[in-house]
Design a protein around this ligand. Structure first.
Ligand code: PMP
Length: 448
């Protein structure tokens, strides 16, 4: 069953064992067989013995609130507006199954074997085409490193550039998985404010100046310029070049995380920061949102002069990215209408986003506001100042709906008056029902 840790509701064996006492063992002895008690006692003793062996790095690794509510979200009857899962039902699954079988049958010796650490040349070449679809026209397959999802690309970048105590700049709010990576490397995370058009260049410049004057080593700006997770906010085209220019002048790299860029609802994708800035931007892409997250195939497009360090660090973690999965992605890009599938997704997510915005307008109490994203998976709702949305999660679950409290996406430990709602994985009728269930919980918080 679920237990509460100090922040998020979880099933966490580690913390259960960490709190085993003689009293709890005596109580357990009354109801459990002796072998079970022995096993618990042994595990608890080992947990205590090994606690002192943890690295400082491991102590910094936090639970992701998104992963925590993942299991809860699966409960039947609940509407989950929590996880940003893509809608896979619209993929041609039967045909993909045949493709997968064919790869094993005809190229099994390669598909099931180790491959090169940088990823297959075929897929790296195809990735250049994917990036060209959003305006990166000069990518060289030699400068691409395929990774186990873009999550792993973030990890490698942090490993390559950051010593403990170095500073990484992030948007406020930003992706929880990136925060977890930075914290694991004992990096100091500093936030840059956003408005409705993304990072505010003047404030970025002032922040960098203040940090560098204070003697801090600022290594990179981590940014999700298109359809930020969790806020849905997009860095306006007018600001894009100045953000890179400010970083370049201060000798700071830009780590551009762009898993949602092709999922812009209307019009062409916005031009990534990397397009005109090949030497100062490490670009990270992913097949998770446009194809299949379970394959764990992402990539980094790295400036040529950084490629070797980056690639060696990646190889040290995984030896090579998954060969079979790369071949399946390659077959998908070669033999399927992947551009058409992205069009389908754009329409589908736009419809879901509109359903969410309509339901928010219909059901939400006064005093709340929310973003109107042009793409991606998320709407970011702001409650009045002083409301802490974390305790509302429990109440929402009781009401049959799940969301992610805003605190998950900020570096500070302060309470947050925001919530993230994902519209990607749930059909429009369920989105409406979820928002309808959520409304009284938020109303009570606002009026209470
Ligand atoms: N960056 C952002 C902004 C994301 O939202 C996600 C997935 N939720 C990732 C990176 C991780 O993607 P991947 O599955 O490629 O590791």
């Amino acid at each position: 069953g679920g237990i509460e840790n100090n922040r998020f509701p979880i099933d966490n064996m580690g913390s259960i064992l960490g709190t085993v006492t003689h009293e709890t063992l005596d109580a357990a002895a009354a109801v459990l067989p002796a072998e079970a008690i022995d096993a618990i006692e042994r595990a608890a003793t080992s947990a205590h013995r090994h606690e002192i062996l943890f690295s400082e790095r491991a102590a910094n690794i936090k639970q992701s609130a998104v992963r925590d509510v993942f299991d809860i979200s699966m409960r039947p009857g609940l509407v989950s507006l929590a996880g940003g899962s893509p809608y896979l039902q619209s993929l041609p699954l039967e045909r993909l199954g045949q493709t997968a079988a064919k790869i094993i049958a005809e190229q099994g010796m390669t598909a099931l074997q180790y491959g090169g650490g940088q990823g297959t040349e075929e897929l790296r070449t195809q990735i250049c085409e994917v990036m060209a679809a959003e305006g990166i026209l000069d990518a060289d397959p030699a400068n691409i490193v395929i990774t186990a999802g873009s999550q792993s690309a973030q990890d490698v970048a942090t490993k390559v550039f950051c010593n403990p105590g170095d500073v990484v700049l992030v948007e406020d709010p930003t992706y929880v998985g990136a925060l977890n990576t930075f914290e694991a490397y004992q990096v100091e995370v500093e936030t840059v404010p956003m408005d409705g058009d993304g990072i505010v260049p003047d404030l970025l410049e002032a922040k960098i100046a203040a940090l560098q004057t204070a003697g801090k080593n600022v290594k990179f700006l981590y940014t999700i310029p298109s359809f930020n997770n969790p806020s849905g906010i997009t860095l306006s085209p007018e600001r894009r070049q100045s953000v890179v220019d400010i970083c370049r002048r201060a000798n700071i790299l830009v780590l551009e995380d762009n898993p949602y860029g092709l999922l812009r609802f209307d019009g062409k994708p916005l031009i990534p920061l990397r397009a005109a800035n090949p030497d100062d931007v490490i670009y990270m892409g992913s097949f998770s949102k446009i194809f299949a997250p379970g394959l764990r195939i992402g990539w980094a497009l790295v400036p040529a002069h950084l490629q070797r360090r980056y690639y060696l660090a990646s190889e040290a973690v995984t030896l090579c990215p998954p060969t079979f999965n790369q071949m399946l992605v390659s077959a998908y890009l070669r033999d399927y209408d992947w551009r058409g599938q992205i069009e389908t997704y754009r329409g589908l997510y736009q419809e879901r986003c509109e359903a969410m915005l309509a339901a928010l307008a219909e059901f939400m109490p006064d005093g709340l506001s929310w973003t109107r994203p042009d793409g991606g998976f998320f709407v970011w709702v702001t409650l009045p100042d002083g409301v802490d949305t974390y305790p509302l999660l429990r109440k929402a679950i009781d009401a049959g709906v799940v969301f992610i409290p805003g605190a998950a996406f900020t570096h500070s430990d302060d309470p947050s008056n925001k919530i993230r709602l994902a519209f990607s994985a749930v059909p429009p009728e369920s989105i409406r029902e979820g928002v309808r269930r959520l409304a009284p919980v938020l109303r009570e918080a606002v009026e209470g």
